[in-house]
Ligand binder design. Structure first.
Ligand SMILES: [Zn+2]
Length: 463
């Protein structure tokens, strides 16, 4: 079309005109693109501070060729861990995803960015949004009582918000921590929330009841037997099995002791009560009247108790073999010691006159008669010939310091035995301390002898 010619001048003017129109058209199109489809990226940082949490938010709007993208990054802080957990869960429900310590949401919306920005700006303004808890942010409620809801104060643009969404998992009958959430919609896209914590508590102490007397008396060396107790709690019910008893009774030491019974319920309410236990002074319970000594077939019985020592010996032909009752009792004692991790093997039990004779001769040859007499009996004068005496554990002075020897000392009477040659009683018994040598007397007499802290001779009153 530029080849049409109608005179030289006229053609030139038309070319210029076409050229100018063309240039204007290009400028116009470029301008149109530039002003109508702007590329912008705008970031808003804002801090939403509520009574129970702080949200630091970064919102970035990107508008690229009509595609509007919005990226929200939230960093939430809440002093209360329970509130934090619920808040975070709520935001995840709103479409946020957790990345490290941030909650991130990317949404695409076409052409709504402008409106969103206005909402964001307004949302920051406390003049525009008034949203706060009515009442305390954390409340205690005694379990079983009714919770009275205090609601929230909520105004947007000075208008009362009618639609407040309240969510709560509160169970007034169960001790625990509960969160009530209040949500208002500020715009179709933006919500604000508040949280209230309600602690359902039990502040009532449990009750301990003692069975038996509050003040008790026990004999010297008697084992304290707990008469029992029970504990109940308004919330937990029977908590007897949770009672802790502090027992520091030493029945070998006369005096007044306190037993402390304490219990804690599931809400850590503590109760403790005491029982007074008095350990009586030692009574020397010997046979006070003149002991009845009977000698039958050359065997000495004092008040019915067969007695063998250096002055009361047995006939050469007395050969009863091991006493079956005593042996059975020994086995029971050995089993009991095993239960507590100890080992008491039988070293020597019944010994006949003949055996004792050989043994004694051997010891005399080795150590001389005087020394042998301190640890070995002359034939006929050995308690082993009665079938009622046993050497257990280890026949050696080192045995005295073992747990086994200590256990025998404290428990042998329960099986009918006594440690026949106690410590520091050589002047009475004529023998060195023999922690391994036990003599069967039956539980009743053995216990009496044990409690008296005396030797058998002293107890029988024949010393
Ligand atoms: Zn012995």
């Amino acid at each position: 079309m530029f080849t049409i010619r109608i005179g030289n001048k006229k053609i030139k003017l038309l070319n210029w005109l076409i050229f100018l129109i063309f240039v204007f058209l290009i400028i116009y199109i470029v301008g149109l693109i530039f002003f109508m489809l702007p590329i912008f990226t705008k970031t808003y940082n804002y801090k939403l501070e509520k009574e129970n949490y702080v949200i630091n938010s970064k919102v970035t709007f990107k508008n690229v060729w009509f595609t509007c993208k919005e990226k929200q990054e939230y960093v939430i802080k809440a002093e209360d861990k329970d509130i934090y957990n619920v808040l975070e869960k709520d935001l995840i429900n709103d479409g946020f995803k957790k990345r490290k310590n941030k909650l991130i949401k990317i949404s695409k919306s076409l052409g709504t960015c402008k409106d969103d920005r206005i909402t964001y700006d307004k949302q920051h303004s406390s003049k525009y949004v008034l949203f706060k808890l009515n009442g305390k942010k954390e409340e205690n409620l005694i379990y079983g009582n009714n919770y009275v809801e205090n609601y929230v104060i909520a105004k947007i643009n000075n208008k009362k918000v009618k639609n407040i969404i309240i969510k709560s998992n509160l169970n007034e009958n169960k001790v625990g921590k509960y969160i009530i959430s209040y949500t208002i919609n500020i715009s179709p896209c933006y919500k604000q929330r508040l949280y209230r914590k309600v602690n359902v508590i039990d502040d009532e102490k449990p009750v301990i009841s003692l069975i038996g007397e509050k003040e008790m008396e026990i004999e010297y060396k008697d084992v304290y037997k707990e008469p029992g107790y029970s504990a109940t709690d308004n919330y937990d019910g029977n908590i007897t099995n949770k009672v802790n008893v502090k027992n520091k009774i030493n029945s070998k030491k006369p005096g007044t002791y306190e037993l402390v019974y304490s219990v804690k319920d599931s809400s850590s309410n503590n109760t403790s009560i005491k029982r007074i236990v008095k350990v009586k002074e030692k009574e020397i319970k010997t046979i006070k009247e003149k002991p009845q000594i009977k000698i039958k077939d050359g065997i000495t019985y004092v008040n019915g108790v067969l007695l063998v020592n250096k002055t009361h010996c047995l006939p050469k032909d007395y050969d009863p073999k091991v006493n079956k009752t005593a042996l059975k009792a020994l086995k029971n004692m050995q089993s009991a010691s095993k239960v507590v991790g100890l080992n008491l093997p039988l070293i020597s039990g019944y010994r006949s006159y003949k055996t004792q004779n050989e043994l004694y001769k051997k010891y005399v040859k080795k150590d001389g008669e005087e020394k042998a007499n301190t640890y070995s009996a002359k034939p006929g004068c050995s308690e082993h010939q009665t079938g009622l005496a046993f050497d257990i554990g280890k026949v050696d002075s080192s045995f005295a310091n073992t747990n086994e020897a200590k256990w025998i000392m404290e428990n042998a009477h329960l099986y009918g035995f006594i440690v026949r040659y106690p410590k520091d009683k050589t002047n009475v018994t004529g023998y060195i301390y023999e922690p391994w040598h036990v003599r069967y007397l039956g539980v009743d007499i053995a216990t009496k002898v044990w409690k008296s802290d005396l030797t058998l001779e002293e107890y029988l009153g024949i010393n």
